[in-house]
Design a protein around this ligand. Structure first.
Ligand SMILES: Cc1ncc(COP(=O)(O)O)c(C=O)c1O
Length: 384
């Protein structure tokens, strides 16, 4: 049984009446990081002109700290608002022409796949979606399926490191290497990686051409903090979504600066990594993984639902709902609402043909009995 890590009981300000088993969607900002951001905002309001005057330099310092936590080179890394934005920047930067193909999988994040579809429509390229059974046994099976879909026309592959609906690893290092051998440009959606997994970008983009990760999910940063890491050869070709005063300074400043807006999430992001370090990143990860595994066991044992294969080290797990349950967007949302209203529990459910997928997360604020209560309540809800 997972025991709470000492000193973490008052780290979060979540409503105690709700079991928040969905850290993977929007994260939760710990109190010390909330305070760090509040201090920055107060400073900004005391002297807006002074605050903005040296902001690009402060952003560069925050970026260097974030890069050091992720093993990246600050010159090849840009801070961004979120993965949605990062993927849009990347897709704008990769030249595509009629007849080219962009490879995605059916486990990809909806907004990311839509961005690929729009870019394809604008350039005459096509999106090829690889269908992967949620029950595929392991990374090897995933790799074979993805590589089998590569054609002479495949220019780009947009792949998740950890998938959102099914909590499994797709863009493993061996798959990225095999795609590079085939001259496919790789874009890794690593939305869940920073903080959840030990990340070492290796001074570049973690074995990919582009690697985009959120800091506001598992790295305890305030919301609207993410990173884009870019392989050296691509650096001069990265095209920001809009022009700014920083444009002539090149990457990364030209991607980061978007005029007047709230940059405090980036400046406070190092406080998130510092907290993780102080708590012991390994201990946090071990705690979260064990708790997520416990949660999945409870769901399987108490409801008879089928587990999806789990990847070691992840703080999220998924189970398959029965055929006919949550197969449409509408039905999945309705079941999430029912779980929230009747069981006071937040979880993620995505529609899937043949039975939706329910995902649980585990974070320091979760307790084993929250999963037991969910399992017992869910059994009742889906058999009614
Ligand atoms: C795999 C994956 N990609 C992208 C995103 C989008 O993240 P954001 O809304 O921060 O852009 C998410 C969010 O849950 C995700 O899980």
């Amino acid at each position: 049984m997972t025991t709470p890590l000492p000193g973490t009981g008052t780290l979060f300000t979540l409503d105690p009446a709700v079991a928040h088993l969905n850290h993977g969607s929007y994260g939760a900002v710990p109190v010390p990081v909330q305070r760090a951001q509040a201090r920055l905002r107060a400073e900004q309001e005391r002297d807006p002109d002074g605050f903005f005057a040296d902001l690009p330099d402060r952003i560069a310092r925050a970026r260097a700290e974030v890069a050091s936590a992720l093993g990246g080179d600050p010159a090849r890394l840009a801070l961004l608002t979120n993965v949605t934005e990062g993927v849009a920047v990347v897709l704008e930067s990769i030249p595509l022409a009629a007849g080219d193909e962009i490879l995605v999988t059916d486990h990809g994040y909806g907004a990311v796949t839509r961005a690929a579809e729009r870019r394809a429509a604008e350039t005459g390229a096509a999106v090829r979606c690889v269908r992967l059974s949620p029950h595929l046994a392991d990374e090897h099976a995933v790799r074979e399926r993805v590589l089998a879909a590569v054609t002479r026309r495949t220019r780009v592959a947009v792949l998740d490191l950890v998938t959102s609906p099914t909590a499994r690893v797709i863009a493993a290092p061996t798959l990225l290497a095999a795609l590079a051998e085939r001259r496919v440009t790789t874009v890794v959606d690593a939305a869940h990686a920073p903080g959840m997994l030990p990340v070492d970008l290796g001074g570049a983009a973690g074995g990919a051409d582009f690697w985009v990760g959120n800091l506001h999910k598992w790295a305890f940063a305030p919301r609207a903090a993410a990173v884009l890491a870019v392989r050296a050869a691509w650096r001069p070709r990265v095209r920001p979504l809009m022009l700014s005063w920083e444009h002539d300074r090149g990457f990364p400043g030209r991607v980061e600066w978007r005029g007047t807006c709230d940059y405090t999430p980036w400046l406070a992001a190092p406080a998130g990594f510092a907290l993780l370090e102080k708590l012991g990143a390994e201990r946090v990860r071990a705690h979260n993984e064990q708790l997520a595994a416990h949660g999945q066991r409870q769901l399987v044992e108490r409801t008879g639902l089928r587990p999806l294969p789990a990847t070691a080290g992840l703080a999220m797990r998924a189970v398959r709902l029965p055929p006919g349950v949550a197969e449409s967007e509408h039905a999945a949302k309705a079941l999430m609402v029912a779980v929230q209203r009747r069981l006071s529990t937040r979880i993620a459910i995505r529609p899937w043909p043949g039975g939706g997928v329910l995902r649980i997360s585990a974070q320091l604020y979760n307790r084993p009995d929250e999963y037991t209560r969910l399992a017992d309540g869910l059994a009742h809800l889906i058999t009614r």
